[in-house]
Design a protein around this ligand. Structure first.
Ligand code: NAP
Length: 285
């Protein structure tokens, strides 16, 4: 294997240490810890694992965690009322509504209702619009984590050709926007892209955010490219990414593993965003 393996856990650890230091300063200045409210509707096992990891990470660094888990049968008006309650709660600096919501609920309406200053997932139309405008407010955690990894690894983004596979509001679009803001030349590929391998093989930086196990093999990786695999796919053998790790590692210069790459960064950036939201809210008084 030629590629350097990018250790997302280690970089996330460094971000958490930074958060801990900033958090101590926040507490001293404002006499309280920042608070993150997590809302998980129902008992989807995968979502419970994700939210559990977020709650534990908060406790680890000293962010106050407020967890709400209404029944899966909750009505739209009831969930909206819960979000409004958290919007109005002065001790809550960040609100995270875990997706996906049960089918009878209108996710877009719920997300749009979150106070943009508490939108630590960066998914409200206001924060998405600010990012599109080039003046980011709170940035989605996974894309922010991808950028942090690139920076930490000393990857030259300016002038590089970045290919992002995926155009979701959660990952693909914001990551492409952040790369563009960092002066990369950005191509976004998606399910209708013709000859995906040939498009990907042009990339100096390849970011895969698809959700198809091992979609991208050696032919999709330019020799020397940096490969960031956002994909998390649950197979019987365990979690795998969108990139065939062993094949890609033969030609890439650096690559993130799954698990242990982008995943830990998402959580670390959530903590970062919660603190940032707290600071921004307190500064606005
Ligand atoms: P999503 O909303 O389902 O979007 C997937 C994107 O991939 C879409 O834009 C889709 O194109 C594109 N796509 C699907 N099949 C394709 C194919 N065969 N060739 C090229 N493009 C294809 O998923 P998401 O929320 O962005 O998440 C993407 C992956 O990242 C998932 O595996 C998810 O679990 C993972 N994820 C990981 C983290 C983390 O912390 N590590 C966080 C969030 C998400 P169209 O737009 O044309 O349909």
């Amino acid at each position: 294997m030629a590629a350097r393996v990018i250790d997302g856990k280690a970089v996330a650890g460094a971000v958490k240490e930074r958060v801990k230091v900033d958090l101590a300063a926040f507490e001293e200045e404002f006499g309280r810890a920042p608070g993150l409210a997590t809302v998980l509707v129902g008992e989807d096992p995968a979502s419970e694992v994700y939210v559990g990891m977020k709650v534990r990470a908060c406790e680890e660094v000293g962010i106050r965690s407020i967890h709400q888990q209404p029944d899966a049968s909750i009505r739209q008006e009831e969930l909206e009322a819960l979000v409004e309650e958290l919007n109005a709660d002065d001790g809550v600096d960040g609100i995270l509504v875990q997706m996906p919501l049960p089918g009878h609920l209108d996710s877009d309406r719920i997300v749009a209702l979150i106070d943009p200053t508490k939108d630590v997932d960066g998914l409200t139309p206001v924060n998405a619009g600010l990012l599109a405008h080039g003046t980011p407010g709170l940035t989605p955690c996974t894309p922010a984590g991808v950028m942090e990894l690139l920076e930490h690894e000393g990857v030259e983004v300016e002038g590089a050709h970045a290919v992002v596979i995926g155009r979701s509001k959660l990952v693909g679009v914001p990551v492409a926007r952040l790369l563009l803001m960092a002066n990369a030349t950005v191509t976004t590929a998606h399910s209708r892209t013709r000859d995906l391998d040939a498009v990907c093989a042009q990339a100096d930086i390849l970011v895969a955010a698809v959700g198809v196990p091992r979609l991208l093999g050696k032919a999709a990786v330019k020799p020397g490219a940096v490969v960031i695999d956002v994909g998390v796919n649950r197979l019987e053998e365990g979690l795998v990414g969108d990139v065939d790790f062993d094949a890609a590692a033969e030609v890439a210069s650096a690559i993130t593993p799954v698990p242990g790459g982008v995943g830990p960064m998402t959580i670390a950036m959530l903590l970062h965003n919660t603190l940032l939201a707290g600071r921004t809210r307190m500064a606005a008084r």
